[in-house]
Structure formats: structure tokens, C-alpha cells
Design a protein around this ligand. Structure first.
Ligand SMILES: Cc1cc2nc3c(=O)[nH]c(=O)nc-3n(C[C@H](O)[C@H](O)[C@H](O)COP(=O)(O)OP(=O)(O)OC[C@H]3O[C@@H](n4cnc5c(N)ncnc54)[C@H](O)[C@@H]3O)c2cc1C
Length: 379
């Protein structure tokens, strides 16, 4: 544990609240767990808390649709207060800024310190930042969503002339298509350090390239952007472009407080968990979603949703002295990539689908799945 992990508590000993159970973050896994508990009629012990940066949980699968103008803000948000009320959980709107897993204390952005008996972490990740930036180009991380949405609203008054989306995964593709659709006059480009959608089916990679080409979006692959300086983006001393803004959809990086928590982390700073989604060496802490470094699991909403039932069962089990369940990662995960016009591309294992006739049907299927998730998880 680093000495600076818990500055506030160590210096002031200002423990103002203690809770049997603290849920940190309203990520996908906790939303699923809360729905499971409601369906089964179980409630966490009195005094349990949900700590969330936001009053709402934003559903990432619908964010590109929001940007493209296909969904409203309300359609993409799940209000947390009614869920907490139904389960008898207190809602604290604040950021966790530090965790001391040895003393079982959490420090919040409000200065409050919470002592917990059991903790479940589902606070997700942030996009990776370029190695160097002099802030001469506006950097817009795709997460946290409220900040991204605020920038998108400001662009509606004054759209950028040129915009680069950095990243080569599904989020980068979808956001580029959505921004292009919404801001017709903006020259959009996608730059990625490897191949576009390199981890998805080859058929989808081809379809996605066609989509970008048809939409007049410039694609630059195998180009690692390391520096933002002098109004431009650079790859190993070569100027790549001088866009007005760079949207970061660069994959997941860990919150710094994961590493300083005293919990075992992997090289990238994500919290190592065993098959029960317990933090390695800390049985009082569960970790799910992007925050977790779990064997066979990947960082996506789909995997986080699959963590949900295991987290729901295991949290209940620790209060009932019942056996814990193990998480079984699925081999393949379905990816449906929105093309901003109501259509979608599909990747599952080596199977890729899209194209003129299939994409509209896949789009309808994606909308159905996304809207069903929202319907099931909000009150
Ligand atoms: C634009 C975009 C589109 C995407 N589309 C898809 C998709 O279609 N399918 C898919 O599978 N994946 C998608 N992803 C990836 C997906 O968003 C993440 O992998 C997934 O959200 C991770 O879920 P999670 O449960 O770990 O956390 P999240 O769903 O990210 O939730 C974390 C929660 O914790 C809160 N929080 C964060 N930090 C703190 C803190 N310090 N204190 C308190 N609360 C905190 C946040 O406000 C948030 O509510 C997309 C990502 C992006 C950027």
C-alpha cells in the first residue's frame, strides 16, 4: 500500500459513516445485480450505500445513437435514486478518490470517509491519454459520459471544422460514424495504432472500412499517436494532422486509485480477481466490469453484464454464509456496431455480418437489445 493512498483518513481520522455493504460505481454489473436482488426480493443490509459519480447510469451501447440524434438523453440514462430507494440502499453522489483495502476505508471527493465491511467495485475505466500533450488541441475523452455529452452539446452551437477520433475499436468506429452523421460540415478522421477492429471478425473489418469510405471519413491505420503539440497530433516526430479536436476512444485505462488501494493489480493497474470475482487476497472486496482483471474476461459492457449475476449471488451469499459462485467467461461475445443510420454490423467469433440488406435488420436487433436492457434495469 502506498503512503498517500488514504491521506484524508490518516490525517484527520474523519470516519463519518460506516456501512455493511458499499457498492462503488453504478456500472453495468451493479445495475444487473440490483435488478436480480429486486426480482428475488432480497435487500442488502440496512445502511448499505451506492456511491456514484452521477445521479444516472449512462448506457454506453446507446451513446453513439445519442450523438447521431437517434436517441434522447433520457432514453440513454438510468436514474439511480428509484433503484436505491426500492432496495433500501443509500445513494451518495460523489467520486471515490481513494481506497485503503487494509483499513477498509473509502475516501470520497466530498471529503467524506466511509468504513465498509464488504465492498464491491464497479467503477469502470477511462480512455488512455496520449503520452504527451501540451493541450494545444482539444482532447475529448469518450468517458466519463457526462463530460462527453457536455462537449457534444457545445458542438451543436459551434461544430468543429475537423475532428480526429483516436482508437481502432468498436467505440471509435461508432463515434466517428455518429459524429459524422450529426455534424455534416465537420471533416472526421479515424486514426488507430493497429488495424481497425483488429479483434473482430474480418468480414466486419471490411464492412466497417466501406462504411467509413462511404461516409467520407478518412481512416489511418497502424499509426501510433504519441504526442499532441503545437496544434497538431504527432506519431514519432511525424505530423499526422492538425484537427480542432481529438476524441479519445482509445480503450480502457485503470483509475489510479485502484493501484494505490493496497489490492493486487495487473501491470495495467486493473484489480486482480479470482474466479469468484473477489479481489485477490482481499475476501471483503468484489470487483467487476472493466475495473477487474479476470482470467478469460474482456473489457466491454457485454462482459460486465455477465459479471452481474455472479456479483449479485456472491454479495448475498457473504451475508448469508452461503457458498460463493464462480464466474465462467464466455468464449465469444456478440458485438453489434451501430452505423449511425439505424443499421449495424455484427461480429461473433469469426462470423461477420453487415452490408446493404443485412445492416438495417441488425440495427433493429441492436435497438431491441439496447432498449430491452434499459427497460429491464430502470424503474
Ligand atoms: C462510446 C462507447 C460505446 C461503447 N459501446 C459498447 C457496446 O456497444 N457494447 C459493449 O459491450 N461495450 C461498449 N463499450 C465499452 C463499455 O462502455 C465498457 O466496457 C463498460 O461500460 C464497462 O462497464 P463497467 O460496468 O465496468 O463500468 P461502466 O458502465 O463504465 O460504469 C462505471 C460507473 O462508475 C461510475 N464511476 C466511475 N468512477 C467512479 C468513482 N471514482 N467513484 C464513483 N463512481 C464512479 C461512473 O459514473 C459509471 O456510472 C463502449 C464504450 C464507449 C466509450
Amino acid at each position: 500500500m502506498r503512503d498517500d493512498a488514504m491521506t484524508k483518513s490518516e490525517h484527520t481520522q474523519s470516519v463519518i459513516r460506516s456501512a455493511s455493504l458499499v457498492l462503488a460505481g453504478a456500472g453495468h454489473a451493479h445495475l444487473v445485480a440490483m435488478r436480480h436482488w429486486m426480482d428475488s426480493g432480497w435487500s442488502p443490509p440496512p445502511g448499505s450505500l451506492l456511491i456514484s459519480s452521477e445521479a444516472n447510469a449512462w448506457y454506453s451501447g446507446m451513446m453513439p445513437g445519442l450523438i447521431a440524434g437517434r436517441f434522447t438523453l433520457d432514453e440513454c440514462a438510468i436514474a439511480l435514486a428509484p433503484l436505491c430507494q426500492q432496495l433500501g440502499i443509500g445513494l451518495v453522489q460523489a467520486d471515490v478518490v481513494a481506497l485503503d483495502s487494509h483499513k477498509q476505508l473509502l475516501e470520497l471527493s466530498t471529503g467524506a470517509v466511509i468504513s465498509y465491511q464488504h465492498l464491491s467495485v464497479n467503477t469502470g475505466s477511462r480512455p488512455l491519454m496520449p503520452e504527451h500533450s501540451d493541450n494545444s488541441v482539444l482532447l475529448v475523452p469518450a468517458k466519463p459520459f457526462p463530460d462527453f455529452i457536455a462537449q457534444w452539446k457545445s458542438w451543436q452551437q459551434s461544430p468543429p471544422v475537423s475532428l480526429m477520433v483516436l482508437g481502432g475499436g468498436a467505440a471509435a468506429f461508432e463515434l466517428a460514424m455518429a459524429i459524422n452523421k450529426r455534424f455534416r460540415q465537420t471533416a472526421v478522421s479515424v486514426v488507430c495504432s493497429g488495424q481497425l477492429l483488429g479483434s473482430l471478425a474480418p468480414g466486419v473489418q471490411r464492412q466497417a472500412r466501406h462504411c467509413l469510405m462511404d461516409a467520407d471519413i478518412k481512416l489511418i491505420e497502424n499509426c501510433h499517436i504519441d504526442t499532441i503539440a503545437a496544434d497538431s497530433v504527432w506519431s514519432e516526430d511525424n505530423k499526422v494532422m492538425s484537427p480542432d479536436a481529438v476524441v479519445l476512444a482509445t480503450g480502457a485505462s485503470a483509475h489510479p486509485w485502484y493501484r494505490s488501494s493496497g489490492l493486487s493489480c495487473d501491470a495495467a493497474g486493473f484489480i486482480l480477481v479470482d474466479e469468484r470475482l473477489c479481489a485477490v487476497g482481499a475476501a471483503s472486496v468484489f470487483v467487476s466490469g472493466d475495473a477487474a482483471s479476470a482470467n478469460g474476461s474482456r473489457r466491454s459492457g457485454v462482459f460486465s453484464v455477465r459479471h452481474g449475476p455472479v456479483i449479485a449471488h456472491n454479495i448475498k451469499a457473504v451475508f448469508e454464509n452461503a457458498p460463493l459462485q464462480s464466474y465462467q467467461p464466455q468464449g465469444n461475445a456478440l458485438a453489434l456496431l451501430a452505423t449511425a443510420d439505424g443499421g449495424a454490423l455484427m461480429s461473433y467469433g469469426s462470423l461477420g455480418l453487415g452490408g446493404r440488406f443485412t445492416a438495417p435488420l441488425l440495427g433493429r436487433w441492436k435497438d431491441y437489445l439496447d432498449l430491452s436492457f434499459m427497460k429491464r434495469h430502470r424503474l
